[in-house]
Design a protein around this ligand. Structure first.
Ligand code: HPA
Length: 271
């Protein structure tokens, strides 16, 4: 990877009308309804963007959407790239660098995750206040990372305090349960065993999922303020574990999504 490829992707998107986004949004699995709230000006499929990772067959829906939300220009990733699809760390975080190149000042991330904390219920939301990277690698571990910024990025406050505080008060205002906890990222795509859920709980995780952490690391590398919200889709209690399917995870995610939409919309308004 080199900085010129990012510039080429950015220039292409500017020609497609994605000119001046202020906020970037990543929509997680089962979380697409936010797009209905946006006055759309431009849409570009990932596989048309130069240097974007080549989309897999199941991923043909992936696109960048540009438009206005609550009076602000936003660029939205409808669908993200995952390690479990065979991409590497630089692939899955490439779109974050491109959105930054387009000019976003803030990044809002969503994901579907399993609830490790047994006081959380499925359908609840969790605001990430920290994370544990269990994906066995880093999006900053590549040869010419120095051409993009410093290598040894500070991670003492990975999630933006001001946006977190705003989200917490918005949740209170709307009577939405918003837990605050630690997200552990795994590669997947298999879900976890009971022993793994037990381990995740012992090491201090409140939720587990297969994304987000690499994107947050790159946002910190770019000094781009970021917040992330998990929609909890299943309860990972090792002593009372029921089989869970992806269909069910997606169904719970879309049912809970309106709460996340309320929070993201109002956050964007006050940014
Ligand atoms: N584990 C990992 N990823 C997930 C889960 C889970 O239980 N639920 C939704 N994404």
């Amino acid at each position: 990877m080199n900085p010129e490829t990012i510039i080429e992707s950015v220039e292409f998107l500017k020609h497609k009308g994605i000119t001046a986004p202020e906020v970037g949004i990543v929509l997680g699995t089962g979380l697409g309804q936010l797009l209905n709230e946006i006055t759309i000006e431009s849409e570009v499929h990932y596989n048309h963007i130069p240097h974007f990772p080549l989309a897999t067959v199941e991923f043909h829906e992936g696109k960048l959407v540009y438009g206005t939300l609550q009076g602000k220009k936003v660029v939205v990733m409808q669908g993200r790239f995952h390690l479990y699809e065979g991409y590497d760390f630089t692939d899955i975080t490439y779109p974050i660098r491109v959105m930054h190149g387009l000019g976003i000042q803030k990044l809002l991330i969503s994901n579907a995750a399993g609830a490790i904390n047994t006081s959380y219920r499925k359908g609840d939301l969790m605001l990430l206040d920290d994370h544990i990277n269990l994906q066995g690698g880093s999006p900053l571990a590549f040869k010419n990372v120095a051409a993009f910024g410093e290598r040894f990025v500070d991670m003492s406050t990975p999630y933006d305090t001001q946006m977190r505080t705003s989200l917490i008060s918005l949740a209170t205002k709307h009577d939405i349960t918003l837990h605050q906890g630690v997200y552990a990222s795994v590669v997947g795509p298999q879900l976890e065993t009971r022993a793994e859920y037990r381990f995740l709980k012992i090491i201090g995780a409140d939720a587990v999922g297969m994304s987000t952490v690499p994107e947050v690391i790159v946002a910190n590398h770019l000094k781009l303020p970021v917040v992330a919200v998990s929609v909890l889709t299943d309860e990972c209690d090792p002593d009372n574990l029921k089989p869970v399917s992806v269909t069910e995870i997606i169904a719970v995610a879309s049912k809970a999504e309106p709460k996340m939409i309320t929070l993201f919309k109002e956050l964007i308004e006050v940014l």
